[in-house]
Design a protein around this ligand. Structure first.
Ligand code: GDP
Length: 450
């Protein structure tokens, strides 16, 4: 997914920091320089980068950090917290009208950003939550757009309202609302027309819709692949028509991802969802903390577990999180998560969400090709074999693993003892990360001095 290269660079910086027992001010400054370069290379807005680095540096150069027991880890923790703050700290839900009142959402964005696809994805999400959505084809300039909405609506089992291409979008919106009232739809999502660039006509059209029907939420769809342009587009839309939130699409691609990191700080509007693929199910709620974990290469086990959906209940997911935070995540939990992963098929697709697995992908991080995926599958199988060769007590308490026990495990799994050592070491490192990330921290707002 996006951020692979940023993740790799940050991990190098962190490795360097962790290898030092004590940190001098110069060490921290040097690390900050590298982080700055990495963020800029990931196409994060330069003002955002400047302010981010300033915040991290101020906190990292404090006495508590540099004289602490584990200064490298502390700096990583600060970077994580500031990344979370940068992306808005809290998850923002789309605000729906109370009770059975109809909520009207207007989708806006440039042509090709993924608006029509995202509209259908969103409808599917809310249908699952018990809403009765109505999709409305307000893009009257591209007949193909109407057709596309109809096809996608049908796939989602959601009704699509269209009046062809000979009416004004505002009139279509008004008629759609009447239709919704009669048919008991409580969520109306307007798919509006995009243009290749921002122009006055587009803005005027969106404005007219807003003046004709009561729009409760205006959601802007931006394409992560267009980098800083996407952020500029968001700023302009926000100034001209006012937006309530943003959906960033195509974060699954080979994009540098900077837009996702900058948009909240620049516009003040939160990311609501992220598009992670072309399939209609590829829309994920946006969690700043989980995204930060993914960016730092520390995995996003929670999203992974959620993806397993029906296979694992919420209680179990909560229990796992609790264990991670308390540093009690054990080999049994690890086995459980690999089981879930298999159910979801395709190891390579979910590699980026697993802590400590990024390095397996070689230079390109988490984008595995077939042979790398095969290699990774083999590695996983060997890890499982090692865990299965442990006694239940050993799985619960890795500290029991003394050399003679490790020998027994290596024999049982048919691997070399060095591989057992490596696995246990990696597991312990992963646990440390989880504990640190799990502790969370400052919920303060990201400060931007402009
Ligand atoms: P619109 O012009 O803004 O309505 O854009 P579309 O919905 O037609 O999407 C443009 C293209 O982007 C289509 O080929 C979509 O399948 C693709 N697309 C949309 N969202 C995503 C996403 O999150 N990931 C990927 N990989 N492709 C997407």
């Amino acid at each position: 997914m996006a951020f692979d290269s940023l993740t790799e660079k940050l991990q190098n910086v962190f490795r360097n920091l962790r290898s030092k027992g004590r940190l001098t001010e110069d060490d921290v400054k040097e690390a900050m320089k590298e982080i700055k370069r990495a963020l800029l290379a990931a196409d994060v807005n330069f003002k955002v980068v400047k302010s981010f680095i300033k915040n991290v540096q101020e906190r990292a150069i404090g006495q508590d950090v540099m004289n602490g027991l584990n200064p490298g880890q502390m700096v990583i923790k600060i970077v994580n917290e500031e990344l979370v703050a940068l992306m808005g700290s809290e998850t923002t839900e789309i605000k729906l009208q109370p009770g059975s009142a109809i909520t009207v959402i207007m989708m806006a964005g440039l042509q090709g950003a993924g608006k029509t696809t995202t509209t259908a994805k969103l409808a599917g999400k809310y249908k699952l939550k018990g809403k009765k959505p109505l999709l409305v084809a307000c893009d009257v300039y591209r007949p193909a757009a109407i057709k596309q909405l109809q096809v996608n609506g049908e796939k989602q089992g959601v009704e699509v309202f269209s009046m062809g291409d000979s009416h004004k979008p505002a009139d279509i919106a008004r008629a759609a609302l009447e239709h919704a009232r009669k048919n008991g739809n409580n969520l109306v999502i307007l798919d509006t027309a995009g243009r290749l660039h921002i122009d006055e006509d587009m803005m005027a059209e969106l404005q007219e819709i807003k003046e004709t029907v009561e729009v409760h939420q205006t959601i802007l769809v931006i394409d992560a692949m267009t980098g800083q342009d996407a952020v500029n587009v968001a700023e302009e839309f926000n100034q001209k028509i006012g937006i309530d939130g943003v959906i960033v699409t195509k974060l699954d691609g080979d994009t540098r991802g900077g837009a996702a990191l900058s948009v909240k700080a620049v516009t003040g509007k939160p990311i609501l969802y992220v598009g992670m693929g072309e399939k209609l199910s590829d829309l994920e709620q946006f969690y700043p903390d989980r995204m930060a974990s993914r960016i730092l290469g520390m995995g996003d086990v929670l999203t992974l577990i959620e993806k397993a959906g029906a296979e694992i209940d919420e209680e179990k997911a909560k229990e796992m999180t609790r264990k991670m935070k308390k540093n009690q995540f054990d080999f049994d939990d690890f086995l459980e998560s690999t089981k879930q992963m298999k159910k979801m098929g395709g190891l390579s697709g979910i590699m980026s969400m697993l802590p400590g697995m990024g390095a397996m992908g070689g230079k390109k991080g988490m984008q595995l090709d077939d042979s790398q995926a095969e290699e990774a599958e083999k590695k996983m199988a060997r890890m499982e074999a090692m865990i299965y060769s442990m006694t239940p007590a050993e799985r619960r308490d890795p500290d029991l693993l003394n050399p003679s026990r490790k020998h027994r495990i290596a024999k049982g799994a048919g691997v070399d003892i060095s591989e057992v050592n490596r696995m246990v070491k990696q597991f312990n490192e992963m646990k440390k990360m989880m504990k640190m990330i799990g502790k969370g921290g400052k919920k303060g707002k990201f400060r931007l001095p402009f």
